[in-house]
Each structure stands twice: as C-alpha cells, then as structure tokens.
Design a protein around this ligand. Structure first.
Ligand SMILES: Nc1ncnc2c1ncn2[C@@H]1O[C@H](COP(=O)(O)OP(=O)(O)O)[C@@H](O)[C@H]1O
Ligand SMILES: [Mg+2]
Length: 317
C-alpha cells in the first residue's frame, strides 16, 4: 500500500524515457574519443617534413614543353644502405631522342625513372636536365617538365575530370574530351553516367588498358618536353594494344606532327623498343651497353642483338 498502481506505472514510464538519452550520451562520448584520437593522428601526419626539399629554382620558366637533354652522371643509389641498386651509371640522352631502357627484372630501370622524377635523391652523382642538377630546381618546376606513365596507373577516388587533369582546374572540359576521344576513349566516356563528372573508384572500375590510356591522357594534357614511359608488362587485348600504339605514335611525334620530345621508354614489347633511337641495357644497376639501336642490331655480338634473339618477354619483367 505504499504506492498506487498509477505511481508505479509512472515510475516505470519515466525510467524508460531516460534510458535512450543516456545511451545516446554514451555513444557520443565514444565518438568524441575516436575523433580526438584521429585528430592526433592527422596532426602527427601533417607534422612530417618531406626529406626531399625544393631547390632554389633552376629558372626553367617557359621551357616546360621543350625537349631537354637528360644526363645521369656517375649515379649511385641504394634504397637501403650497402645494397646499391644503381652503380656508377653514366648516360646521356640528347634532346628530342628516344632511348629504350632494357634489362632484367630488378636491374634498376624503374628506379632510374624515380631518380629522374626526384622521388629519391642519389647517394652519389647527379641527374641533370639541360646540364642543371635537378636538385637545383623546385619540385613543381622539375615535375612540370616530365610526363610519367608508370607500370601501375594510380587512380584517385575522384571524377574522371580530376583523374585526367590531376586536379588542375585550369584545363577546360572541351580539351579533356578532345584528348580522351583522340586516344580512343570517346566511347568509354559516352558510357559513363555523368560524363567527366563520373566518380572513379581508386583501384577499380577501369580495365588495365583503359587505365594505361588515361595515363597517356594525363601526359597529353600536360604536354611536357620529356616523357618517361614504364610500359605495362601485362598483356592487353589487341584492340587496346592498337590504341596504345597510336597514342605512342602521337606522343613520340611519329604521327607526322613533328612534335619533338625527349623520351625514356622502358619497353617490354619489341614494337615499342623499335621506336627507340638509342638503346641502353642495364644489368644489376650497371650500364652494360649503350649505342644507336640500328648499330647494335647490326652487330651480332652486341648484348642487344643477343637479347633480341632470346626474346624480350623471356628476359624482362
Ligand atoms: N621501394 C623500394 N625499396 C627497396 N628496394 C626496392 C624498392 N623498389 C625496388 N627495389 C629493389 O631495387 C632493385 C631494382 O628494382 P627496379 O628498379 O624496380 O627494377 P626493374 O624496374 O628493372 O625491374 C630490385 O632489387 C628491387 O627489389
Ligand atoms: Mg620496373
């Protein structure tokens, strides 16, 4: 008789009404803790200073589209101390020439392109453009002069527009569509639900061939005087292969446009190697042979001629 049935009912009702807000407060405290932990991680990330810093500037304004002379001088580089991957390498690529870089898997071909793009600095020696050490240049100045097509194409979780221009808003849509169409991606673009605004998913959504062509589109939109191509070693279907061949013709000025670029191509296919004026063969980070392609072809004793006899696909990775 201490409480009426009504009081007990009210008591239960009020307690029930309080349980949800208390649970929500608990959840929000948890979210707050997770957010502050993330904030700390972001702060740590932002505090990291890149080891590679801008040079004072090389005064390359206006030279972006001109073909430079590329020099590697007594270059030595190791990812980890005492295991050099590039050893005392000397090589010069004259302006406007195409050099084909050959060698076994692990011989240091990709590494050489990374040093040129200054993703790493060498332990010894130097990489030069038009005779100027690339460490003199600001990073944007250097990388603005080089069009890079890597073996694996990196896609961003962003629109086709941003993926093609690499987030450069100065390039207008008409130009992007023109370049994609010229490369043979016109039909593919027409199939995309929101055209250039369609969001691509990082690491998916594009076939290997389409991704390669998109990488070419990036280079054409930038139109640099120096291109570096690390050809995909995976096989593409014949139709895509033909589109890539045509893109290469245009990139290297073999389509009659007369557009001259200096080019370093790491080729896995004979048809690509045959676009080279010069050949350089690497073995365990050393340059073992270099010369004009036609001269090396004519000399049955050359490492290049032997490589052709063995078959490229057998040797290169
Ligand atoms: N990021 C890296 N860290 C450490 N070692 C690496 C790295 N990238 C490549 N290497 C090593 O450097 C050598 C040359 O590799 P790479 O330049 O990729 O050769 P290639 O392109 O001729 O196949 C290989 O022994 C490889 O294992
Ligand atoms: Mg490689």
């Amino acid at each position: 008789g201490e409480a009426t049935i009504g009081t007990v009912f009210m008591f239960m009702q009020y307690a029930g009404m309080m349980s949800l807000p208390i649970m929500l407060i608990g959840q929000q405290l948890q979210q707050f803790q997770a957010a502050s932990a993330s904030l700390n991680r972001i702060r740590d990330l932002r505090a990291i200073q890149p080891a590679l810093t801008d040079g004072p500037g090389a005064g390359w304004e206006g030279l972006r589209t001109q073909a430079p002379v590329v020099g590697f001088q007594d270059l030595t580089f190791a990812y980890r101390a005492d295991t050099p991957v590039i050893r005392n390498l000397d090589l010069k690529v004259p302006a406007g020439e195409v050099i084909g870089l050959l060698g076994r898997t692990g011989s240091g071909k990709t590494t050489l392109t990374r040093l040129l793009f200054r993703l790493y600095d060498p332990q010894d020696g130097a990489v030069t453009l038009d005779g100027v050490d690339i460490r003199q240049a600001r990073l944007d100045e250097l990388r603005g002069r080089i069009g890079l097509v890597t073996q694996e194409v990196q896609l961003f979780d962003a629109s086709i527009r941003d993926n093609a221009t690499l987030f450069d808003p100065a390039i207008d849509d008409a130009r992007i569509i023109e370049v994609l169409t010229d490369l043979g991606l016109g039909e593919w673009l027409a199939r995309q639900p929101e055209g250039l605004g369609t969001v691509l998913r990082a690491g998916g959504g594009l076939s290997a061939g389409e991704a390669q062509l998109l990488a070419f589109a990036r280079v054409f939109l930038k139109d640099p005087g120096l291109v570096v191509l690390d050809e995909a070693s995976s096989r593409l279907d014949p139709a895509t292969d033909q589109m890539i061949e045509r893109a290469l013709d245009r990139l290297l000025g073999a389509d009659g446009s007369g557009r001259r670029r200096t080019a370093i191509i790491i080729a896995h296919k004979l048809s690509t190697v045959q676009r080279a004026d010069r050949i350089a063969i690497l073995d365990q980070g050393r340059l073992v042979e270099t010369g004009r392609r036609t001269d090396l072809e004519a000399d049955p004793e050359s490492a290049y001629a032997r490589l052709l006899r063995t078959g490229l696909a057998e040797v290169m990775g």
